[in-house]
Design a binder for this molecule. Structure first.
Ligand SMILES: C[S@@+](CC[C@H](N)C(=O)[O-])C[C@H]1O[C@@H](n2cnc3c(N)ncnc32)[C@H](O)[C@@H]1O
Length: 237
C-alpha cells in the first residue's frame, strides 16, 4: 500500500473470489514480484477459513447462508477489500503503535487514571494449543494480573474461563465478571460453542456508572492541555 497502492488495489479488483485463486496463491512464490507476493498474501488471508497460514491451512471460505449487498457475504468482503485497506491506513494514522512487552506498557499507564487499558492476552488453557510464540505460561499471566490488580487506571480484560483468572480477578479485588456466549469456527470449518469472559476493574465500573473519567485535572494541568496525567500511587513494581 505504501509503494504501489493503485497497482495493488487494481490487482485485487482483477482477482475473482475463487477457490482456484487460493490454491494458486499457496504455490511456490520464489521469484515473484513484491506486488504479486502482496496479492497472494491477501488471497490467502481473505479466501481461507479464518485466514489460517502455516502447516494447518484452512479450506476455501464461503457461506451458503449469508449475503451482503446481494452477493455471497465472502465475495462482498473481498470486493470491498481495496476500500477497507484504505480505511485501515487512515485508522492507523491516528494511533501510536509500540512493540514492547505488555508488562512494560502496563507499568507505564498504571498510574494514569484517565487511561482505559484493554488487555486481550493470549489465552491460557485449552485454547492455548497451537500458540508457540506467545508469553503463555502461568507465571507470566500471574505477573500480568497481579499488576492489573494494583492498577489505578481503568482496565477491561477479555479471555476464557480459567481458574487462575477467577482466583486473581476476584470480586474481593474489585473485579466484575461477565460471560458472553460465542461460537468460533476452526480451520476445518467445525463450529464450537465458547463462553467468553470479560473482567472489568473497579475504576472502570465506577467510570461507567458515573459516566465520568476518574480524574480531576488541576488548573495547571488543564491550562497545559494535559488529559492523562499521572497520579502518585505507591507501587511495589
Ligand atoms: C488474543 S490475541 C489479541 C488479539 C487482538 N486483540 C486483536 O484483536 O487482533 C493476543 C495477542 O497478544 C500478543 N502477545 C503475546 N505475548 C505478549 C507479550 N508478552 N506482550 C505483548 N503482547 C503479547 C500476541 O502476539 C497476540 O497478538
Amino acid at each position: 500500500m505504501r509503494d504501489r497502492d493503485k497497482a495493488l488495489c487494481e490487482a485485487i479488483e482483477l482477482t475473482p473470489y475463487a477457490e482456484q485463486e487460493l490454491i494458486e496463491a499457496r504455490k511456490e512464490s520464489e521469484g515473484i514480484s513484491d506486488l504479486e507476493r502482496a496479492r497472494r498474501f491477501l488471497v490467502q488471508a481473505m479466501m481461507a477459513i479464518n485466514g489460517v497460514f502455516g502447516k494447518e491451512k484452512g479450506g476455501f471460505s464461503y457461506t451458503d447462508s449469508y449475503t451482503r449487498n446481494g452477493h455471497d457475504a465472502r465475495v462482498n468482503r473481498w470486493n470491498n477489500l481495496p476500500k477497507r485497506l484504505k480505511a485501515v491506513v487512515d485508522r492507523l494514522k491516528s494511533v501510536r503503535i509500540e512493540n514492547k512487552d505488555a508488562l512494560t506498557i502496563l507499568k507505564r499507564f498504571i498510574n494514569r487514571p484517565a487511561t482505559l487499558v484493554y488487555l486481550d492476552p493470549p489465552y491460557l488453557g485449552d485454547r492455548a494449543n497451537g500458540y508457540t510464540w506467545d508469553a503463555n505460561d502461568e507465571e507470566y499471566h500471574t505477573k500480568l494480573l497481579n499488576l492489573a490488580n494494583q492498577a489505578n487506571c481503568m482496565i477491561f480484560i477479555s479471555g476464557y474461563h480459567n481458574d487462575l483468572y477467577d482466583l486473581l480477578l476476584s470480586e474481593n479485588n474489585g473485579w466484575s465478571r461477565r460471560e458472553i456466549k460465542a461460537s468460533t469456527k476452526g480451520s476445518k470449518g467445525i463450529v464450537q460453542e465458547r463462553i467468553e469472559v470479560v473482567w472489568v476493574n473497579k475504576h472502570y465500573t465506577t467510570a461507567l456508572a458515573t459516566q465520568a473519567l476518574p480524574i480531576e485535572l488541576t488548573e495547571k494541568e488543564a491550562y497545559q492541555d494535559k488529559v492523562n496525567p499521572e497520579r502518585q500511587f505507591t507501587l511495589d513494581l
